[in-house]
Design a protein around this ligand. Structure first.
Ligand SMILES: Cc1ncc(COP(=O)(O)O)c(C=O)c1O
Length: 451
């Protein structure tokens, strides 16, 4: 297949986006009126016309997350290889539920995940699969950990258990764990909020106290979640200490590295993830810092048997088993499976590890530039992280008004966040490998006049 047309279309789009607005100004009514007036689906419309119209809507009515001045919530700029991959997947529509239906696709995923398994320092026989995203990976981790800790959970459900299971997180952990606690039936109250230290990292002393207290009170602690790159502030929990504690207390150690996990490929950054190799399970999203389109999460687990136990399923209608190879529908939350992993495979193959190191370290460096530039301009940076995420404020700042002015003037997309008990602060994360020093200089220069 010749990619020249896709390549030039993508290059033109990137250029148009970079020179256009970052934030849409539109109401739901406006879009609904537009759709209702054009699409009642009673008559066919030429595909060229619909595509042109949809592109126009996406250009106009969307936060442009691939804009170099989108400093947002981990939605990356995407590589050409990853775009081509998603196009190929849609064309062939492989079904990855069983190995037999899609041998090539299943093996490409396995090969790609094997590479990252090794980078994380997990054993070669660790389990890994692609998921829709970090939320599904975290859900998988909780289900597998419950299955391993409580052999009666799978067949008899929670009511068979002698004690209520509890999970230990901090307030900085991803809030998807609340839904996971709800969905798995352990209940939202089973999430224990461990205190954080002055850097918003999990406090080991408080963790130990809470686990001991819960055991005394008849609960059944089973899992600790350490985050490697919290959503709000990019904080990395003390992974080696958590690993040690979990080992000594016989608790499942899950590392949610949805965003920060990609730092493992960078010689400059990987030291900050020390301890991740001791995890029982890891969440890492390719659709964050690996710069591929959504949705592409990854779930890694040291205990393949527990994964098989958690997601086992028997049917007569699926193609038969293939010897030693496991069918993904029996090892994951999903049944029908899209070929999620091709975008990471193709991008990795095209750019190589060195290309990824460059992309990731460039963004980390842009984070440092942003941090220093804000400080020079008189802003107070309130978070500490090696990752490119800067939370900042200044005395008397009304963040809501500030962000409204930022959007209205199309300066950049940033967001508001509360760290601990603090007043809201502004959160700016470098998520594009295309963000340059001059983008940052330009943005920081425009901030003070609107503050
Ligand atoms: C630390 C962390 N974990 C999990 C998630 C959820 O991931 P996803 O949105 O891919 O489901 C996020 C999302 O930003 C995250 O930052």
């Amino acid at each position: 297949m010749a990619f020249d047309e896709i390549r030039s279309a993508v290059a033109k789009l990137q250029c148009d986006i970079a020179n256009g607005p970052v934030v849409p100004i539109v109401t739901p009514q406006e879009i609904r009126r537009y759709l209702t007036s054009r699409y009642d689906f009673t008559k066919p419309v030429a595909l060229d016309d619909v595509v042109a119209d949809v592109e126009q809507m996406l250009r106009t009515w969307q936060v442009q997350v691939t804009h170099p001045r989108y400093f947002g919530l981990f939605n990356p700029s995407v590589t050409l290889a990853a775009i081509v991959a998603d196009t190929l997947v849609a064309m062939y529509n492989p079904q990855l539920a069983t190995w037999r239906t899609s041998p090539a696709a299943n093996e490409i995923e396995r090969h790609t995940l094997g590479w990252l398994t090794g980078k994380f320092g997990l054993p070669a026989d660790a389990f890994a699969n692609f998921t829709n995203g970090g939320a599904e990976s975290n859900l998988s981790a909780v289900i597998v950990a419950l299955t391993r800790a409580f052999p009666d959970y799978g067949e008899g459900g929670l009511r068979q258990l002698a004690a209520s299971p509890t999970i230990y997180v901090t307030d900085e952990a991803h809030h998807g764990f609340q839904k996971i606690a709800h969905m798995t039936g352990i209940g939202r109250r089973a999430l224990r909020r461990v205190a954080t230290d002055g850097y918003l990292k999990m406090d080991l002393g408080d963790l130990a106290r809470r686990v001991a207290e819960d055991r005394r009170n008849g609960y059944a602690p089973f899992m600790v979640v350490g985050t490697a790159g919290t959503t709000a502030a990019g904080v990395i929990d003390p992974l080696p200490d958590l690993a040690h504690f979990c080992r000594s207390e016989d608790l499942w150690f899950h590392v949610d590295a949805a965003w920060g996990g990609a730092a493992i490929v960078s010689p400059r950054l990987r030291g900050h993830l020390a301890g991740i190799d001791a995890a029982d399970s890891i969440t890492c999203d390719a659709h964050k810092w690996f710069s591929v389109p959504m949705g592409a999460g990854m779930f890694f687990c040291r205990h393949p048997d527990a994964v098989g136990d958690a997601f086992r399923a028997e049917t007569s209608f699926m193609p038969g088993k293939t010897g030693l190879v496991l069918d993904p529908y029996t090892t994951s939350v999903q049944w029908s499976r899209r070929f999620i992993g091709l975008k990471l495979f193709l991008a990795l193959a095209e750019h190589g590890e060195s290309g990824y190191i460059e992309m990731i370290e460039h963004q980390a460096q842009m984070g440092d530039v942003l941090r220093k530039s804000l400080q020079r301009a008189g802003w107070r940076v309130v978070n500490t992280t090696p990752l490119p995420l800067v939370c900042f404020t200044r005395d008397g700042l009304d963040t809501t008004k500030f962000l409204a002015a930022l959007y209205e003037r199309q300066i950049a997309w940033m967001s508001e966040v509360r760290l601990g008990d603090s007043d809201p602060v502004v959160r700016a994360c470098i998520t594009s490998f295309r963000t340059t020093e001059s983008d940052i200089d330009w943005v920081v220069g425009k901030l003070s006049p609107i503050a």
